[in-house]
Design a protein around this ligand. Structure first.
Ligand SMILES: *[C@@H]1O[C@H](CO)[C@@H](O)[C@H](O)[C@H]1NC(C)=O
Ligand SMILES: *[C@@H]1O[C@H](CO)[C@@H](O)[C@H](O)[C@H]1NC(C)=O
Ligand SMILES: *[C@@H]1O[C@H](CO)[C@@H](O)[C@H](O)[C@H]1NC(C)=O
Ligand SMILES: *[C@@H]1O[C@H](CO)[C@@H](O)[C@H](O)[C@H]1NC(C)=O
Ligand SMILES: *[C@@H]1O[C@H](CO)[C@@H](O)[C@H](O)[C@H]1NC(C)=O
Ligand SMILES: *[C@@H]1O[C@H](CO)[C@@H](O)[C@H](O)[C@H]1NC(C)=O
Ligand SMILES: *[C@@H]1O[C@H](CO)[C@@H](O)[C@H](O)[C@H]1NC(C)=O
Ligand SMILES: *[C@@H]1O[C@H](CO)[C@@H](O)[C@H](O)[C@H]1NC(C)=O
Ligand SMILES: *[C@@H]1O[C@H](CO)[C@@H](O)[C@H](O)[C@H]1NC(C)=O
Ligand SMILES: *[C@@H]1O[C@H](CO)[C@@H](O)[C@H](O)[C@H]1NC(C)=O
Ligand SMILES: *[C@@H]1O[C@H](CO)[C@@H](O)[C@H](O)[C@H]1NC(C)=O
Ligand SMILES: *[C@@H]1O[C@H](CO)[C@@H](O)[C@H](O)[C@H]1NC(C)=O
Ligand SMILES: [Cu+2]
Length: 594
């Protein structure tokens, strides 16, 4: 991928509601307006059909049937954003605490683009005492590993005061998020949504936008690390629905409990159909989502549209996204929207029942809903895979590189470390993988430190099957996230995978996404094609577990990797300023670093 040198601004065809001021250091999108006015953002497209409430499958010259891995609209548009990482005191649920955030809010500003656009994000680190990076979760970053935002893998942390510019092409469309990939930082608020508009596999009238759902602690997560790392997960005090919730201060003596929290509220109109983009941004919690009195259709998993299926609740693991469509066809009333925290997945939340929003049919009503729901048993694994059928079918090739390895742990001197293939990940912030590779001039025989957990997969177009067994007997599910790819889920289950069944696995259109759960004490069989040169992290998206070393790096297509590092200067300059900041012993890395 090559981004245009000059930014293209097609002012004439941008609607007036889409103010897009390049170079002014500021831009404003009216998301809803933009979404509802597709015709005016069609830009260079010849309009062969219009994306509308009754035809969401359509997208100008393109449609939901197009294979977006090979077919991408050439919009010629570049969206540019400026984000500032900072630490400030906020009270998202009415309880004041130290947070880290982008631009003063949790979540940070939404990054929006149309399918095919180029996106530029300038990130300035105004945190006082920490480096940072941002990772565009699930964005494939074809030939673009240098912008994947993983400290110690693809770049050095951005030093306080410095700016790093990320660029990517929106080759996929749908719902995702960006977050700091530096240690536990996103859990303290360094995150926001990414929405890439494109066709959809079901119709809806109104797009309600992203809904980020998380557990929430009343102390900084970084300050809980010393406690968490001895292997006991701390108990979260609350959860946030799109950055907000209430908290009952009568339970708290503390003067920082302000009682100012509000619930996320959605006002609906009878018989109107809504799209909601659910994102689990939790530190550790599996979330069961539902809206009392309403069923819905699930239309996408991660950045992959699926054949819609109906349900009245859905389990979302950390890092996963589901787009849903529901019709406001219940009796006009107030309904609880619930993010039920699965407190039995080895994770705990003291105020589980409080993680709720409100769906109102009457905008003037201020009453709490009186609706009830049945209790759910915990589900620490994914939705039934038979329901998760990608809309655009793909077939997996036969195995060329087979890895079969185990997840386990070590426990030494009261420190809990997760291991994969007996090694616990620790990246070196000052010596990112692609920097080491570059400095060795792409040497194939580079010897990696054991801690780096580098797995080389050099051979273009071969299929990798990666079989991971959980041998830790801890009975936790682990949402595994792979960078640089959507992967195929060939099998998963409890107990041991029978390798003699490898040749009989279904290879025709299995579920395909960027995050999937390795069931506790079970196995996950993933497959992907070697087609994206880079250093790609694969890790558990439970933030504690990643910090405890549950990750590996795939070093992919080593023969062409150097050719894709076309802005290496920025990485080098960034590392230089990081070293100037950190080498005096200021930033002591005390976890995996990711
Ligand atoms: C973020 O904050 C910076 C500094 O105030 C500002 O220039 C920029 O426009 C903001 N970005 C967004 C997307 O609002
Ligand atoms: C940012 O964090 C540092 C400590 O890490 C603190 O000294 C400073 O006051 C914080 N800044 C703000 C604006 O809260
Ligand atoms: C969630 O927050 C983001 C960022 O503030 C906003 O753009 C979006 O509209 C909100 N979504 C909902 C469903 O409230
Ligand atoms: C909603 O749709 C139902 C069924 O089609 C219809 O009977 C009802 O009148 C509609 N209500 C409104 C407010 O449009
Ligand atoms: C509301 O719409 C859903 C489909 O979105 C349907 O399954 C359900 O039966 C409808 N309920 C009512 C009360 O019409
Ligand atoms: C909407 O709520 C307001 C405030 O409670 C109430 O006065 C009004 O009657 C309600 N409207 C309907 C149609 O129920
Ligand atoms: C459902 O959960 C609530 C809150 O944890 C509890 O008070 C209630 O007893 C449970 N009900 C049943 C039927 O288990
Ligand atoms: C997993 O690790 C634990 C603790 O290090 C060890 O006791 C156990 O034998 C390991 N399991 C396997 C199957 O190697
Ligand atoms: C990390 O890399 C730096 C720079 O090459 C080196 O000085 C340092 O010793 C490394 N740290 C570890 C723990 O290997
Ligand atoms: C996994 O561990 C074994 C035993 O230490 C080692 O021989 C092998 O190279 C490791 N595999 C990878 C891909 O690192
Ligand atoms: C990625 O880069 C390699 C090496 O330059 C090139 O051969 C390949 O065509 C590129 N792939 C894409 C999809 O641009
Ligand atoms: C990050 O900032 C926090 C709060 O100031 C501090 O406790 C921690 O040591 C810093 N981490 C690193 C690696 O510098
Ligand atoms: Cu995990």
């Amino acid at each position: 991928m090559k981004l245009p040198v000059a930014l293209v601004l097609l002012a004439a065809v941008l609607p007036s509601t889409t103010a897009f001021h390049l170079g002014s250091g500021h831009q404003r999108f009216d998301d809803i307006e933009r979404r509802n006015d597709k015709s005016s953002t069609s830009l260079s497209k010849r309009t062969s059909c219009e994306n509308s409430a009754s035809d969401r499958a359509c997208w100008g010259d393109y449609s939901i049937n197009d294979d977006w891995y090979t077919t991408i609209p050439d919009t010629g548009v570049t969206r540019e954003y400026w984000l500032v990482a900072q630490n400030t005191t906020l009270a998202p649920d009415g309880y004041e605490r130290y947070t880290m955030n982008f631009n003063g809010s949790i979540p940070g500003p939404t990054i929006s683009a149309d399918w095919g656009d180029n996106v530029i994000v300038h990130v300035t680190n105004n945190l006082q005492n920490n480096g940072t990076t941002i990772h565009m979760h699930g964005i494939r970053q074809q030939n673009n590993t240098q912008y994947d935002g993983v400290p110690g893998a693809t770049q050095c942390p951005i030093a306080p005061g410095a700016t790093f510019t990320y660029k990517f092409r929106a080759t996929q469309y749908g719902t995702t998020w960006y977050h700091s990939h530096d240690s536990l930082q996103y859990s303290d608020g360094l995150l926001g949504a990414i929405i890439i508009d494109g066709p959809a596999s079901a119709n809806y009238d109104v797009d309600l936008g992203p809904m980020l759902i998380s557990d929430w602690f009343h102390e900084s997560v970084a300050s809980l690390w010393d406690y968490a790392r001895i292997g006991i997960p701390p108990v979260a005090e609350n959860g946030l629905i799109n950055g907000t919730n209430t908290f009952d201060c009568s339970d708290s003596e503390s003067s920082v409990c302000l009682g100012t929290g509000v619930r996320n509220e959605i006002v609906v109109e009878k018989n109107t159909t809504y799209r909601l983009r659910l994102i689990n941004t939790a530190i550790e919690g599996y979330i069961r989502f539902k809206i009392d009195g309403h069923s819905f259709s699930v239309i996408a998993m991660d950045l992959v549209p699926i054949v819609p299926y109906d349900t009245d609740s859905i389990v979302i693991a950390n890092g996963e996204r589901y787009d849903i469509v529901f019709t406001a066809n219940a009796t006009a009333d107030n309904y609880w929207l619930r993010a039920i925290y699965n407190s039995d997945c080895g994770t705990y939340n003291a105020y589980n029942a409080n993680i709720k929003g409100i769906v109102r049919y009457n905008a003037s009503s201020t009453d709490d809903p009186t609706t009830t729901t049945q209790n759910y048993t915990a589900q620490c694994y994914d939705e039934d895979y038979s329901n998760l059928v990608p809309y655009v079918s793909q077939t997996v090739g036969s195995v060329a590189t087979e890895f079969s390895t185990e997840l386990n742990y070590t426990y030494n001197n009261d420190i809990w470390r997760w291991t994969i293939n007996s090694s616990s990940l620790i990246v070196n912030w000052s010596e990112p993988t692609i920097v080491q590779f570059y400095e060795a001039d792409g040497a194939a025989d580079l010897s990696w430190s054991t801690d780096a957990n580098v797995w080389e997969i050099p051979n273009t177009n071969e299929w990798v099957y990666f079989i991971l067994h959980d041998e830790s007997t801890s009975d936790l599910g682990h949402p595994m996230h792979l960078h640089g790819h959507d992967f195929f889920i060939l099998d998963s289950g409890s107990g041991t995978f029978d390798e003699s069944t490898l040749s009989s696995l279904n290879l025709i259109n299995p579920p395909r996404r960027d995050t999937a759960v390795l069931p506790g004490d079970g196995y996950l069989v993933m497959a992907f094609n070697i087609n994206n040169p880079g250093a790609w992290l694969m890790h558990c998206h439970i933030a504690w577990h990643a910090s405890e070393g549950m990750g590996i790096q795939f070093l992919e297509q080593t023969d062409v990797l150097l050719d894709t590092l076309d802005n290496y200067d920025q990485i080098e300059t960034g590392c230089k300023s990081w070293d100037e900041y950190a080498l005096p012993g200021i930033a002591t890395q005390d976890d995996a670093g990711v």
